[in-house]
Design a protein around this ligand. Structure first.
Ligand code: ADP
Ligand code: ASP
Ligand code: MG
Length: 471
């Protein structure tokens, strides 16, 4: 009884959907799985643009995007489904969803205000549409499968845009609605990322949240595995888009994976690991296009970790672009207390999360997401001291459980980067990461240099594998 999550590229077109269907069917010999799907790749971004256009009364633009969304799903359905009756049923379901989407756009256009609540309603259509086509194709191909509206199961608080599940209710719903179907041998197809409040309002768990949905279902079902199917050979030593030499990591601990996700490795949503840790369920990160490649196993099982013990120091390098450094300098810090409380208070008032921090006696530097930065926050910070801002920087973090005991890692990191201009340095208090900040234009050089330093020796043999590369 596995939970199988397929990301946007794994359901983005008819070929990908067929591949995902084949994987779900292959898994059935171990018991019917729960398939948790994302929206087709690019669709949530389109829905974001559609919502924004409606909010600024650009209704024509919004309706053009709605038509693109409709066409995208009709094309997949057309390529994937052959029986005329099934095709016409799916076509009309797609039509119904897109009509609702257009109605929503018109409503927001008339009111002239786009709320967090209506945004979640807009964004939910991506997953509703992808799962509708997927489930219909499965059934047409003769598989016993049922589509479930996850909003009957994933009940959340009303923090729209970043909703958190009400675990007890969700676990009971999972046992009442999903488990009996799986036990009867029915494959269940449902949506990641979305949920609903107790009063039935649609919510979302935050961008990239389908990984989190899958992990939650894994924990509520007490399953033997959570499988995250994506477009790379598992978690890699660095984002392969930045480092062509990146290798796929065979095994890592929960804390390494959580740290890496939090520090910017997009392959896993940062919240994915917590539910798996709670019930000690292994998480596999696998490549939809290379289902037989080993991918990555994330576990704390000592036997499995010992079987692949690793003498090296670093497991992976994570990068977060789009950051800014805020430096606050004030003599008021010197030998006084309370300054940090005031400083953090300012960030918390504007809901801005601090990513990296480093301090001296008279100054504090923090990094925050460049998009969250506001003039109001700046004004409050200026009341505390002199403020300097540096935009367009990136945090780079080196992660590995072995860093905890290792000597000389910082020396190796920073001497290898002697030609890169480091804007800030920080060691994570978890002791399993060392991070620094560079200008965005220096990211490529910094990560490729570091990667070469830590992943080109023999110490890396066995646990890292050259990815097969996508077809
Ligand atoms: P999905 O749609 O399947 O959820 P994402 O785009 O969210 O996929 O995540 C997969 C992408 O994450 C990869 O294509 C890769 O570019 C990026 N990525 C960033 N860091 C890493 C890493 N350390 N290992 C693997 N992929 C990474
Ligand atoms: N479709 C959502 C997004 O693009 C959720 C996900 O893919 O995980 O953010
Ligand atoms: Mg993702």
């Amino acid at each position: 009884m596995a939970v199988m999550k397929f990301g946007g590229t794994s359901v983005g077109n008819a070929r990908a959907m067929q591949q995902a269907i084949d994987l779900v069917v292959r898994e059935k010999k171990n018991g019917a799985p729960l398939a948790v799907l994302s929206a087709c790749s690019g669709i949530t971004n389109k829905l974001v643009r559609l919502a924004e256009a409606s909010g600024r009364s650009a209704l024509d633009e919004a309706l053009v995007i709605a038509a693109e969304v409709r066409q995208h799903h009709l094309t997949i359905a057309d390529e994937l489904i052959t029986t005329p009756a099934v095709k016409s049923e799916v076509t009309s379901k797609i039509g119904e969803y897109v009509s609702k989407l257009e109605m929503l756009a018109r409503g927001v256009d008339i009111v002239g205000e786009l709320t967090e609540r209506s945004k979640d309603m807009f964004f939910s259509f991506g997953e509703l549409l992808s799962t509708t086509v997927f489930a219909a194709a499965m059934k047409e191909q003769g598989h016993i499968a049922e589509w479930i509206d996850v909003r009957r199961v994933m009940i959340t608080d009303d923090n729209f845009g970043f909703a958190r599940p009400l675990s007890e209710v969700c676990e009971a719903n999972t046992s009442a609605i999903i488990r009996p179907l799986l036990e009867a041998g029915t494959i269940v197809v449902t949506q990641g990322y979305i949920g609903a409040t107790t009063s039935g309002r649609t919510t979302t768990l935050g961008r990239g949240g389908s990984d989190f949905s899958a992990a939650l279902f894994g924990a509520w079902l007490g399953d033997n595995a959570i499988q995250i199917w994506t477009d790379v050979d598992g978690v890699m030593t660095c984002d392969p888009r930045l480092v062509p030499e990146a290798r796929s990591i065979r095994i890592m601990t929960f804390s390494e994976a959580a740290e890496l996700a939090y520090l910017g490795a997009k392959v896993l949503h940062p919240d994915t690991i917590a539910p798996a840790v709670e019930k000690n369920i292994p998480v596999y990160v696998l490549n939809t296009w290379h289902p037989d490649a080993k991918g990555t196993l994330i576990t704390d099982d000592p036997e499995r970790l010992a079987g692949m013990s690793y003498g090296g120091l670093v497991k992976s390098i994570a990068v977060k672009k789009g950051q800014c450094i805020i430096n606050i300098r004030s003599n008021r810090m010197l030998g006084r207390y309370g300054f940090m409380t005031e400083l953090f208070g300012a960030f918390s008032r504007y809901g801005v999360s601090i990513e990296m921090i480093s301090s001296s006696e008279v100054s504090v530097s923090v990094t925050v997401d460049d998009k969250c930065f506001s003039e109001e926050l700046l004004q409050d910070l200026r009341a505390l001291g002199q403020v300097d801002i540096e935009h367009a920087v990136a945090t780079v973090s080196v992660v590995g459980d072995n860093l905890r005991m290792a000597k000389g890692v910082a020396g190796r990191i920073f001497s290898s980067l002697r030609n890169v201009n480091l804007r800030m340095i920080s060691q994570g208090s978890s002791e399993i990461n060392v991070g620094f900040v560079v200008e965005e234009m220096d990211v490529n050089e910094a990560v490729n240099t570091l990667h070469h330093e830590f992943f080109s020796g023999e110490e890396t043999a066995g646990i890292f594998e050259k990815p097969a590369g996508n077809p």
